[in-house]
Design a protein around this ligand. Structure first.
Ligand code: MG
Length: 252
């Protein structure tokens, strides 16, 4: 069942989302070649907890050990922060973060270039971020879930990249992942659930430089591209309002 949020609850989500977005800004500034993903995780957890009432919501979620998901190169999502994972010049690092604040959850992700990356990797970053923005712009009241997916898919496929189909965006707010609605990164305009004010969703294109297929590593968390190609991931938590989409994970 889709659970709409009140304007007050959406404001609370925006407050937590600001801490989350500030965390991402801070991490983008801190990250450099030679760091491990566990170091980043520690910095993020301390930063989030330094804000009164904010906690990292991924930690312990379904047993996940980190505050961040850190996914490198061909890893799409759900990489586990580790002292053994050293970031190297030329890597792509996807950082996915969740925050709980005032009883409400927000979720956002970014992918960063570590040092200098190759031309295709940079284009993958640009296209995926552009696809996210297209998806957000399509999230207008009265439009449909399919409009979001169609907007994302169009940007990605026009660039010659692939949308991951086996993972989707999701409802968010009362829980880190709400079962409904699902928000695929592909679709047809005017199809699917109608977007109503009060709907809060995580829009999160996951885009592969090669094919769309994926597989899960033996650690049972890390999801990688089946063909070994690189992948990028950008995400915002967005509320549908009478005035249009409101990004709740914006920096302060
Ligand atoms: Mg996320």
């Amino acid at each position: 069942m889709i659970q709409l949020k009140s304007p007050r609850e959406i404001d609370t989500m925006a407050e937590g989302g600001r801490v989350l977005a500030d965390t991402i800004v801070m991490l983008r500034d801190e990250v450099r070649p030679g760091m491990t993903t566990l170091e980043l995780d520690r910095i993020a957890e301390d930063f989030i907890r330094s804000h009164d009432g904010a906690i990292p919501s991924f930690k312990g979620l379904y047993g996940f050990p980190g505050s961040l998901c850190t996914s490198i190169n061909h890893e799409i999502v759900h990489g586990i922060p580790s002292k053994k994972r050293l970031l190297l010049n030329g890597d792509l690092l996807s950082i996915d973060v969740g925050v709980k604040f005032g009883g409400m959850f927000t979720d956002a992700a970014t992918t960063v270039a570590i040092g200098e990356v190759d031309v295709t990797s940079q284009r993958l970053l640009d296209v995926t971020e552009r696809a996210l923005n297209a998806g957000i712009n399509a999230a207008q009241p009265g439009s449909h879930i399919g409009d979001i997916g169609a907007a994302v898919q169009e940007v990605v496929e026009a660039a010659g990249f692939s949308v991951v189909r086996d993972l989707v965006g999701h409802g968010v707010g009362y829980k880190p992942h709400e079962d409904e609605p699902q928000v695929p990164n592909y679709g047809k305009p005017k199809r699917g659930t109608k977007l109503m004010p009060g709907l809060t969703i995580a829009i999160e294109p996951m885009v592969n430089a090669g094919g769309a297929r994926m597989r899960t590593l033996p650690d049972r968390w890390t999801i990688v591209t089946a063909d070994g190609s690189r992948s990028a991931h950008f995400e915002h938590t967005v509320a549908i309002t009478e005035q249009g989409p409101r990004v709740l994970t914006s920096p302060g």
